[in-house]
Design a protein around this ligand. Sequence first.
Ligand SMILES: Cc1ncc(COP(=O)(O)O)c(C=O)c1O
Length: 406
Amino acid sequence: MSNHSFDINCLNAFAQKMVKEKKTAVGFPCNQNVKLADFYHWYAVSGLADVAMNNVGDPRKTSLYALNTHEFENQVIDFFSPLYGFSPGTAWGIVTNGGTDGNNHGIYFGVNALSSYGDTKPILYVSEEAHYSIKRLGELQGLDMRQIPTNVRGEIEVAALEQALDTSRTALIVIAVGTTFKGGIDDQDAIDEMLKRKPPVAVYRHVDAALFGGYLPFTEHADLVNHNKRHFDSIAVSGHKFFGFDEPLGLFITTGDILERQNPFHVSYLNDSVPTISCSRSALAPLKFWWQIHKTGIDGYRRQAELILKNAAYLKQRLDEINYPAWKNDISNTVFFRRPGDRVMKKWSLAPYEDERFGGKLAHDIVMRHEGMNMIDHFIDDLLQDQREGSEATPVSAVPDQSKNE
Ligand SMILES: Cc1ncc(COP(=O)(O)O)c(C=O)c1O
């Protein structure tokens, strides 16, 4: 038999392994409570599994390529725009291929919007604990970048931002609403106050809310991701994090005014101007989002948001009970703690991190919907066993009280 034979047993074994692995995957922000079997069933029987659709072009304009799901993509954006405080009539957005794609659009749209203030590109300001994609994307665009230190919660130090701010240039500020490791939320009010005191030539604010942007709109803290209240220009959110899609996708939303200030790039074969960075875009992702929105609804998302925050609090409480050094920011589903031994790290797919302010080696558990109290109890049992086995320990006394270290 050749190496290229179709071996269904091999595929089945792989599938079984993945289904098993997901039961202990807590270190990355992927919600494993994916419920798309009925969608895929419909997709196959509808005949669409044999159609090559593509969302190339601006979803708000008539595309010459008729095989698209722009209609559903617009409905997804219309559902989310008001939840992020944008006016439904004027907001513009797309279903992206993930948080990084949304950040890429945010930074690119920001550079274009600021270009009317002069030929010099803006300075990109971002915190040291912001996701690496921001730094990568800034580098890609050749932007001068200022990485600003953070406090112990992982929030940008506004005083340090003020000090770094060059008022003679335009400023592109990327605001983290939920940093990757600690779940820190940059203080947008304090940043605004500072910008009023020390205004640069012009400012564009992009919010990276990859994980927290999924659940915050359904909590009492919705204002943190509300354009109307916090005056940011664009926002990026991942779909495979809180929302629980089976593959990377996400949302990018901005205002009609920012869209107007983009390079139109009139592309004749697409019959219109094309604001998106990628040409071909998934037609399947908007359909899945549309399906989920209608199956879940606002109340469903609200319950899910409540659940992950409740379970994150439970995890922190259990860690405190066993006296295990652990920390959690408010309004966060991320608990970080002293890094356990390799066996626990591997079994629970934990991600490593270093921060001397917390005694050095750390790991985190991002409580998504598939991590209920039972799973948390098993995790705690494993940590206790790890302690008994004597994995490297940081004395609790060496670790700062988070509230006193700002
Ligand atoms: C804060 C933050 N921004 C952006 C990203 C990148 O998102 P994606 O993996 O959807 O591209 C992540 C990923 O974990 C993240 O935590």
